[in-house]
Design a protein around this ligand. Structure first.
Ligand SMILES: NC(=O)c1ccc[n+]([C@@H]2O[C@H](COP(=O)([O-])OP(=O)(O)OC[C@H]3O[C@@H](n4cnc5c(N)ncnc54)[C@H](O)[C@@H]3O)[C@@H](O)[C@H]2O)c1
Length: 301
């Protein structure tokens, strides 16, 4: 018998592609996609509805939960109380259902766990003093993974770049929006400075990392289980523009930093991911140019 899988926040940037990948791997009938919004093929489930989660997990004999429902950094800092509620209390509801029904859980962390005191290349183990409420909720998430008494795993996703669904209100959204603006308008006004360097990753790498981490036998995973560093490619906004100009030489970008610049400045430039490489064989496949090529191929198809 394969796993019976529940995905929360399934209509978001990651869920759109993870549901597809899980269905290909385990069979569409094994995957129950849920979200607080409605769409064909997706059931309504609010992660604040503890009883609803318990009854779905029990009734559907769920064995694995991919918990993607959350408020991201930019949206979260505009609504800090709601961000804490959805990201922490929502996760606690998922953990309670997993504890009661013996489920394995994947709950993503983020590079937002790092704060201004982190070295520019973030080590796996370093003090976590995030500047945002969103980052604090992700630190709690990593801690709960180690203390909840269940098999719970996570990745510190960098900014994720994809074309199948829009980015969901994070600080790295510019690296997704820029492609749409480049194709539609030939110009983009970027909300971080040209020299802003952040860790990023193409969605295919992120989905593969997620599936690979969840397959590893638990004895191989150590104290970073709640949030492994994984590096994809790290680049400045200006370097991204230059790479896009290989496809669209006329494309221009101007820079008008807003409040998100502050969040970006509190995060590292790059990620050290030796532990993920050693413990479960992580290796990225996309660099800046191959990611940009894949984005254009996807958007133009
Ligand atoms: N996308 C990134 O670049 C990135 C980077 C680091 C970490 N993450 C983490 O990955 C996870 C998924 O991110 P994403 O980019 O897909 O986000 P997203 O904003 O695109 O999607 C989140 C989904 O959660 C749903 N949702 C919101 N409140 C809900 C509730 N109360 N109950 C049920 N569903 C609810 C939304 O409708 C949305 O479809 C989050 O935990 C996020 O913090 C994402």
């Amino acid at each position: 018998m394969g796993p019976r899988i529940l995905v929360t926040g399934a209509l978001g940037q990651i869920g759109t592609e993870l549901v597809e990948a899980l269905g290909e791997k385990h069979g569409q009938e094994s995957v129950i996609a849920t979200d607080v919004r409605s769409a064909p093929g997706c059931r309504i489930l609010d992660v604040m509805d503890s009883a609803g989660i318990q009854s779905l997990v029990k009734g559907e004999e769920i064995t694995e939960i991919y918990h993607l429902a959350a408020l991201l950094s930019a949206t979260g800092e505009r609504n800090p109380d709601l961000c804490w509620k959805i990201n922490v209390e929502g996760l606690e509801n998922i953990i309670a259902a997993a504890q009661a029904n013996g489920c394995k859980v994947f709950a993503p962390s983020s590079i937002a766990v790092f704060g201004p005191d982190c070295p520019s290349v973030a080590p796996q183990v370093t003090p976590l003093n995030p500047a945002t409420v969103y980052g604090k909720t992700k630190v709690v998430c990593e801690q709960l993974a180690m203390t909840a008494g269940i098999d719970m795993r996570g990745l510190r996703y960098p900014g994720l770049i994809s074309y199948k669904a829009p980015a969901g209100g994070g600080t790295t959204d510019y690296a997704v929006e820029i492609f749409h603006a480049a194709l539609a308008e030939g110009h983009y006004t970027c909300f971080v400075r040209e020299d802003t360097r952040l860790p990023m990753m193409y969605m295919d790498d992120a989905i593969r990392a997620t599936l690979e981490l969840m397959e590893v036998s638990s004895e191989k995973l150590g104290g970073a289980r709640g949030g492994y560093n994984i590096a994809g490619c790290s680049f400045t906004a200006g370097e991204l523009v230059a790479s896009i100009q290989r496809h669209l030489p006329e494309f221009t970008c101007s820079y008008e930093p807003d409040v998100r610049q502050k969040y970006a400045d509190s995060w590292p430039d790059d990620i050290e991911d030796d532990l993920a490489r050693e413990e479960w064989g992580w290796a990225p496949q996309f660099d800046l140019d191959s990611m940009v090529d894949a984005m254009f191929a996807g958007l133009q198809a």
